[in-house]
Ligand binder design. Structure first.
Ligand SMILES: C[S@@+](CC[C@H](N)C(=O)[O-])C[C@H]1O[C@@H](n2cnc3c(N)ncnc32)[C@H](O)[C@@H]1O
Length: 225
């Protein structure tokens, strides 16, 4: 996949600075993992507000990247533990670095390098799964900003099957990793809402609701099994 041009665009300001703030947490980006977006902060905050009253909480932050979502959970929900999972080794290193920076007790987390659920413990049931999968259609590469395309990891952006491959694989497997009153939050592109709902129907999830982000774009779905 290539965009034709002669000069590489400027490094994003977040990489130049080396870190960003995400829901009050410092997130280091020195290993150049995906830059956390405000839209993700919007739904992660909604999820945290819903989950913070639960007595104890086992969370899976799938497609973790920098670890921003799970670290915000650990910082804001006292009785929570989080499993992080990303396919990239650099993300695993970045997550561990960010857990240290945010002074999270080692007993409260595990970090997995895995293709979706492949290497996660089969028997473990989560109270919540929070997921921001790659969802950009490779055929729409021309719509991706040059700074994003040139500098952010492509594995974090693009997914085959019109951007739906990771979402499809995730939703086919997620059900059996969620406990009885468990919930999932998953981010997607507004244009994919119909396709996401078709998968949820096919996989027989019991209920779900699609929400807009702060920019009035359909952006995330809250799902119950
Ligand atoms: C859009 S980024 C999200 C990062 C972070 N959660 C956030 O919201 O800023 C997607 C992440 O999923 C990871 N990823 C892509 N395919 C994956 C797969 N099959 N299994 C696990 N992680 C994957 C990428 O390495 C990337 O870090």
């Amino acid at each position: 996949m290539e965009k034709k041009k002669e000069v590489k665009s400027d490094l994003p300001k977040e990489y130049k600075k080396g870190s960003v703030k995400f829901l009050g947490c410092k997130i280091d980006l020195s290993l150049r993992t995906f830059i956390p977006r405000p839209e993700t902060g919007f739904w992660a905050e909604a999820a945290i507000n819903e989950l913070k009253s639960r007595p104890a909480l086992a969370v899976l932050d799938l497609f973790s990247g920098s670890g921003c979502v799970g670290i915000a959970v650990l910082k804001k929900i006292k009785n929570s533990s989080v499993d992080f999972c990303d396919i990239e080794l650099r993300a695993v290193r970045q997550i561990k670095k960010n857990l240290k920076i945010n002074k999270i007790d080692k007993k409260r987390y595990r970090v997995y390098c895995s293709d979706i659920f492949e290497k996660l413990p089969e028997e473990k049931l989560y109270d919540a799964i929070l997921a921001n999968p790659p969802y950009v259609d490779p055929d729409r590469v021309s719509e991706v900003q040059a700074t994003v395309f040139d500098h952010e990891p492509h594995v974090a952006l693009f997914s085959k099957k019109n951007g739906m491959a990771a979402i499809e694989k995730f939703l086919a497997q997620a059900k059996k990793h969620l406990g009885k009153s468990g919930v999932m939050y998953m981010e997607f592109d507004g244009a994919q809402a119909g396709l996401v709902e078709a998968i949820l129907k096919k996989e027989k999830y019991s209920s779900w609701r699609i929400f807009c982000d702060q920019f009035e774009q359909k952006r995330f779905v809250r799902i119950e099994i």
